[in-house]
Design a protein around this ligand. Structure first.
Ligand code: G6P
Length: 610
């Protein structure tokens, strides 16, 4: 079956393709890491195909010095169907070994194409991609079409509900990359003497800072000397380049053992960056007036996201309701997509997505747009699919987040929603919003975050003492502390494989308390005046059942034996601090178990399948 998620990189021109491809694939490993491959051609008739199951490191160790070329394609895969083995890895190729193809996405009608055109062909892999590459070959060899026409013909035969990003190479035109996409991310990198294509700009930043978008259902011919984009009817499309000024080293680990730790540490800087980007000197939000006016007209805000972004939305909803008075509801995107609730008369949609590519969230966006409602995407990735397709975009400015477990994108999403809620509330003349000094508070948050990340040693020993052994753990809290409990438990699950749950602390006693055994860790989050006492009582209930209780408490609510004491900030913004120890507890638990913190099993950073 299909290869639904992966990273693609391709290059043609004056560079040594192998090192560019490997470097690019390493940057894309967050998109999938269960098999990888490259195909390179040296333009004198020599070419090489190397594929391996497992991480890119396996592929790298299979490379020998004679494997060289100036054009090539590479792929790293995260399989959801079909075994992640060498045969199913990409590039896939035609039986005559003339065509090589890398693919991200799912070709929904591949069985039908196979039966109709390729009934006599013996396939070696289980992939839909092999069907596509064999079909291109068939049209070229048996029907005597040129490669470009054959490629276009196959693109026409692929059903509209399919998704793909394709990069094809032909041994007979070895300096040319044949490229097309539908619903899967892919963009062109423009260089001096070379050109590239990849699923994400980070894979090309070492080589170039100039990029060109590819729209769905276009055919792009990439050669060393230039890039030509046409629509499916053959009309040439003019496309400007855009510059991404991010430093390639922003996507480097530097001296950190894992990206996650680097990204946790970057959070104070990200807070300051958001202040700089979105608040003027007197602390007023600088937000497009048109966005504020469209939001002001709404009778209800709908916040949509998946995973960590959904959890950030839970906090955002409280911020919007408190500071603007507009009712706000949060939805898991994969739920909303299939069961749209009865809508208010004037909805406004906010999509939270670090990557801007999550298929579940995009599905909702597409449906909502069809119904004519205004949309905002809050994302970390400029020009990402959800950013391009929404009415408005606000960028998180968090820098590339590479570790699968999201950290700085979560806190950036919470902080940016606070800024937006403040801006909207001010525009609506809400006193609470006017009084809420978000600039000063985010300054305090940055200092507070720094203090927490500086106390890593303490968190490492807490993790070793309480979380190394148990199978289960609970985070509990009320209100926004509960929302943070959900995110904290997700962090622990994702990277340490401890079965963790985030629970409304008052609800635990209504059933789930049965799971508490001797030494089950229960971590209480206590940052809100109104609920602190109640959560402490709930912790007492589990202490008497043998739980090992830990606490993360704001300073003004702290008691002498609290485990972690957080600096005080406005109650609306405590999630920005309380989540940080939870991120680090998850990190050290994973590290202590010797796991790959950045690349946990079964997960991928950007899930482009529904
Ligand atoms: C994947 C990742 C999660 C992430 C979620 C939503 O499942 O593993 O860490 O929270 O996708 O991603 P998004 O890019 O839309 O925020």
């Amino acid at each position: 079956m299909g290869i639904e998620m992966c990273g693609i990189v391709g290059i043609t021109g004056t560079k040594q393709a192998v090192s560019v491809l490997i470097n690019g694939l390493e940057r894309l490993e967050y998109r999938g890491y269960d098999s990888a491959g490259i195909y390179v051609n040296d333009q004198t008739g020599q070419d090489y195909l190397v594929k391996r199951a497992g991480r890119i490191a396996n592929l790298k160790s299979a490379l020998t010095p004679e494997i060289q070329g100036s054009a090539g394609i590479g792929h790293t895969r995260w399989a959801t169907h079909g075994v992640p083995n060498e045969i199913n890895a990409h590039p896939q190729y035609s039986a005559d070994e003339r065509f090589y193809l890398v693919h991200n996405g799912v070709i929904e009608n591949f069985e039908q194409l196979k039966q109709e055109y390729l009934a006599d062909v013996k396939f070696q892999s289980q992939t839909d991609t092999e069907v596509v590459v064999q079909l291109i070959d068939r049209f070229v060899v048996d029907y005597e079409m040129d490669t470009k026409s054959a490629f276009l013909k196959v693109l026409h035969l692929i059903s509209d509900d399919s998704s793909y990003a394709f990069v094809l190479m032909d041994r007979q035109t070895p300096d040319t990359l044949y490229v097309s996409k539908n619903k899967s991310p892919l963009l062109v990198g423009v260089g001096d003497g070379f050109n590239m294509v990849a699923s994400d700009a980070v894979a090309m930043l070492k080589e170039t800072h100039n990029f060109m978008e590819i729209e769905d259902r276009e055919v792009v011919i990439v050669k060393p000397s230039g890039v030509v984009i046409r629509d499916f009817d053959g009309n040439e499309m003019k496309r400007d380049t855009f510059r991404v000024d991010m430093d390639a080293s922003a996507a480097d680990k530097g001296t950190y053992p894992f990206y996650m730790l680097k990204e946790v540490d970057e959070q104070p800087v990200v807070m300051r960056k958001l202040v700089q980007e979105y608040l003027d000197t007197d602390g007023s939000p600088v937000i497009e007036p048109e966005l504020l006016s469209r939001m002001q007209q709404a009778d209800k805000l709908y916040v949509v996201g998946a995973g960590t972004s959904y959890h950030a939305g839970l906090i955002g909803a409280r911020l919007f309701e408190r500071l603007t008075g507009i009712p706000t509801q949060v939805f898991i995107s994969s739920e909303f997509a299939y069961e749209q609730p009865i809508m208010s008369k004037k909805p406004f949609f906010i999509f939270l997505t670090q990557s801007g590519e999550t298929a579940d969230s995009r599905e909702v966006l597409v449906n909502v747009k069809k119904q004519g409602w205004p949309t905002l995407t809050i994302t970390n990735v400029p020009k990402s699919t959800l950013s391009r397709e929404a009415t408005f975009t606000l960028l998180l400015h968090a820098g590339p987040e590479i570790a699968v477990a999201s950290t700085k994108a979560y806190t950036a999403q919470v902080a940016l929603q606070a800024i937006l809620a403040k801006g909207l509330g001010m525009a609506m003349r809400k006193q609470l919003a006017i009084d809420f000094d978000v600039k000063q508070q985010l300054g305090l948050v940055a200092v507070g975050m720094q203090a927490i990340v500086d106390s890593k040693d303490q968190l490492e020993s807490v993790a070793a003492r309480y979380l190394a052994q148990p199978r289960n753990a609970f985070y509990i809290g009320r209100g926004i502390d509960w929302s943070v409990a959900l995110e904290s438990a997700l962090k622990l699950k994702e990277i340490s494989y401890v079965q963790a749950e985030g629970f409304a602390s008052g609800e635990l006693k209504h059933g789930t308390i049965a799971l508490i055994e001797d030494k089950t860790p229960v971590i209480g989050i206590i940052t809100q005046d109104r609920t602190a006492g109640l959560t402490r009582s709930n912790l007492q209930e589990v202490v008497s059942r043998g739980a090992s209780v830990l606490t993360i408490a704001s300073k003004h609510l702290a008691q002498p034996d609290d485990t972690i004491v957080l600096p005080d900030v406005d109650e609306l913004l405590t999630p920005l601090l309380s989540v940080v120890p939870a991120q680090l507890l998850a990190y050290y638990t994973s590290l202590g178990k010797g796991l790959d913190v950045d690349k946990p099993r079964n997960l991928a950073k950007s899930v482009t399948v529904q």
